[in-house]
Design a binder for this molecule. Sequence first.
Ligand code: ATP
Length: 236
Amino acid sequence: MTTELLRATGLEAGYGRVQVLWGAGLAVGDGETVVLLGPNGAGKTTLLKVLMGLLPAWRGEVRFAERDVTPLRTDHRVRAGIAYMSEIGCFPGMTVDENIRIGGQFVPSARLKARMSELYALFPAIAERRDTLAGSLSGGQRKMVGIAKALASQPRLLIMDEPSAGLSPRLVKEVIQVLDQLGSDGLSLLIAEQNVNFLNLADRVYTLDGGRIGFEGSVAAMHDDDALRRAYFGLK
Ligand code: ATP
């Protein structure tokens, strides 16, 4: 791995008295794309929320850019350079423009203006719809608004929760292409997914099951493991 950007260790967390994460941890290197793979209910969303400070860690530590961010509020983690795209991704009751402005709320206004021009150049389809409510766009366009909103804060690391959710296979391909481009441009990505097509992007993979990390390694190493191959690729 290159220089480490994110490192989470020994995370325990849950809801009320229900524990969901049992000592989970992962790392993302600077410029790396990491895919967190796991079935429904494995705890992927819970883990990402703890990384973002949207849910408190009962135990464990989150470090970002060599700094312990575990005690920091979500907005301070965003200012530190982490962006988060939830499964929904954007606010459907707000226009495209408003969504992106919210994503960039901590960016100085002159810089945000330039940033928005860059983002609209990257996503021409939503540029044409900037005054349209995000909720009335197609699923694929809504996803692009979500990505643009997250990128507006000029993050070093983009954390995404199931970017494939609700998309047709064709649109999933489009999203993968966009993420591939962002990764090539140097953005670090942590993507929680069930869709194995995202493994094409991955420098490294973690599997999460029952709130615990099972496997960590390359996609090739995953293929070499009989149990993982059967579980995730449906192959014998
Ligand atoms: P999915 O792909 O279905 O989103 P996931 O891997 O992201 O799954 P989580 O959403 O983190 O999994 O859920 C992990 C466990 O925590 C599940 O058993 C779920 O029922 C439970 N859970 C999630 N959110 C809450 C909540 N707000 N209150 C109580 N339990 C919750």
